[in-house]
Design a protein around this ligand. Structure first.
Ligand code: GLP
Length: 244
């Protein structure tokens, strides 16, 4: 695992965007795994900037997202499909048919999961972008006795509902379940970049960076078993956890 410390979060975001841009520009048919959350918004803005400067085209790119809330429509402002369209897809030259986000209001959850797994099994990711939850969750793989390898349905942890409530009118409106990629599929991506900022991520980033344990209590620690993972943090977070 490589650790890259940047001056601030904007600089981390730009570095990640440039890595993604290089992968996209140098592959014939790149497949890119995407994430949602406040942390990655600036990465998408930087990708849009590169596109506007004509340094990047998404014409041949396919994307697969990590997860989606269950029970809200793709048009809901807090759905991850809406997030992706408004932060990235609507602003670039990607073919929207080449973007995959599970459909959260599909009442046939078995079918939704089968479609999700089909995409993962048939599109090897060149790159996976990741954020991290304050409890160490990756996508929606929440700390638990077991983690899962493949796409599955999960009950969102109470602490995650609280953390994500800031995006909703109230805590009660946060969906209680989600579709998520499993850890096995995430680890299949050729290269992974995890971006983190903020004091509330300090504990989990500390055990990810310093500890040797791989534990289902902190799902992000599974990234230690991946051959090409880079963690991007800013100076503020590095200082809090004592990383030099
Ligand atoms: C959600 C997503 C995760 C993301 C996390 C962190 O729970 N399912 O993929 O990493 O939020 O979000 P933020 O960047 O807003 O802290």
């Amino acid at each position: 695992m490589k650790i890259i410390v940047s001056k601030n979060h904007d600089e981390s975001s730009l570095k990640v965007a440039l890595i993604m841009s290089e992968i996209i520009n140098s592959s014939k048919n790149p497949v890119i795994g995407l994430a949602t959350g406040g942390t990655v918004v600036n990465v998408y803005q930087e990708l849009v900037n590169l596109y506007n400067e004509r340094k990047l085209s998404f014409k041949n790119t396919k994307t697969i997202n990590l997860d989606e809330y269950i029970g809200i429509a793709p048009t809901h402002e807090q759905s991850y499909r809406y997030f992706m369209n408004s932060n990235l897809f609507d602003k670039i030259d990607i073919d929207i048919n080449n973007t995959f986000v599970p459909i959260g209001n599909n009442s046939d959850t078995d079918k939704a999961l089968a479609d999700f797994q089909y995409q993962l099994d048939n599109n090897d990711r060149d790159f996976q972008l990741l954020g991290i939850g304050p409890n160490g969750h990756i996508a929606f793989n929440e700390p638990d006795k077991y983690l899962h390898a493949n796409a599955h349905m999960i009950s969102i942890a109470a602490t995650t509902i609280e953390a994500n409530a800031r995006f909703f009118a109230s805590k009660d409106e946060v969906p209680k379940k989600a579709f998520t990629q499993g850890m096995g599929d995430i680890l299949k991506a050729k290269s992974i970049a995890l971006l983190a900022t903020g004091e509330n991520k300090a504990n989990v980033i500390k055990s990810l960076i310093f500890g040797d344990d791989v534990s289902t209590d902190n799902p992000s620690t599974f990234l230690k078993m991946h051959a090409d993972t880079t963690i991007f943090i800013d100076e503020n977070l590095a200082n809090i956890i004592g990383y030099k």
